[in-house]
Design a protein around this ligand. Structure first.
Ligand code: MLT
Length: 258
């Protein structure tokens, strides 16, 4: 499926995959920092989100990954540094399984290799019911309170309002399709051992969605990985603390040959 994307700068290709239920716009605070480090930044809207309006009843992480591979093909990019935050990371794992040769390095932010637990899966199906009854607006009360740190809630009203606006704009059917796709994704713990490329794990220290033990496990299992914890950030570490995040990101990118 053809994805809408934006592209900035020239140099090392870097592709960043957004979280649920956001869009490529979530990477806005990283663009300038990356261009300054001579990166060609590619930001797709995953199917159903932002301006990528086509989607199926179930948007599997694998199908989303194939869309990204098609985009790389169309842009004639053989290898890129590829990163993903949360759902973007789930897609990244599928892309890595399908096309490891397309990776120069991995950036795993606030994400997990694990499949949903039974409780998490049940919570997703409850959320699907709510969305089908009341629309995507329900995501604001059902998800947003757990996504950011207390510091962000208290001191960054601008971001909280922007997030509410983004959540309110989500296409309800696309949100349901992605929730189904996340619910059916498989465990990827066996992939961790096979990653020998440079990898950075960036997690908000107060991430309530993905437990920090997941970050530590990935750090243990992935050879050549760095783990950076972002202070005063929750699940949206790149949006909540862009300066800390960009410092970690650009230092890492400086070490990668692509
Ligand atoms: C996300 O931020 O992409 C979602 O919270 C991921 C999830 O629900 O597992």
């Amino acid at each position: 499926m053809k994805l809408t994307f934006e592209e900035h700068g020239t140099g090392k290709p870097i592709v960043l995959l957004h979280a649920f239920p956001l869009s490529r716009k979530m990477w806005q605070p990283q663009i300038k920092a990356l261009i300054t480090k001579n990166c060609r930044v590619i930001l797709p809207d995953l199917r159903g989100f932002g301006e990528s309006h086509n989607f199926s009843d179930i948007n599997s992480m694998e199908d989303m990954a194939k869309d990204v591979a098609e985009l790389l093909e169309a842009l004639k990019i053989e290898r890129a540094i590829i990163g993903g935050l949360s759902m973007g990371g789930y897609v990244l794992f599928e892309l890595f399984k399908l096309f490891p040769e397309k990776f120069a390095a991995l950036i795993l932010c606030d994400t997990s290799f694990a499949a949903d637990s039974d409780d998490k899966r049940k919570a997703r199906f409850d959320l699907i019911e709510k969305i089908e009854k009341s629309g995507a607006q329900i995501l604001i009360e059902a998800m947003l309170p757990d996504l950011t740190s207390n510091n962000t809630k208290t001191n960054n009203q601008v971001l909280m309002i922007e997030l509410e606006k983004s959540f309110a704009e989500v296409n309800a059917k696309a949100a349901v399709a992605a929730l189904r796709g996340m619910a059916q994704r498989k465990d990827n713990s066996n992939v961790l051992d096979s990653v020998s490329l440079p990898t950075i794990l960036i997690f908000g220290k107060e991430d309530k969605i993905i437990n920090l033990s997941v970050a530590e496990k990935m750090h243990q299992k992935i050879l050549n990985s760095n783990l950076v914890l972002i202070e005063d950030a929750g699940h949206y570490s790149n949006l909540e603390q862009p300066e800390q995040f960009n410092t970690a990101l650009t230092q890492f990118i400086g070490t990668v040959n692509s």
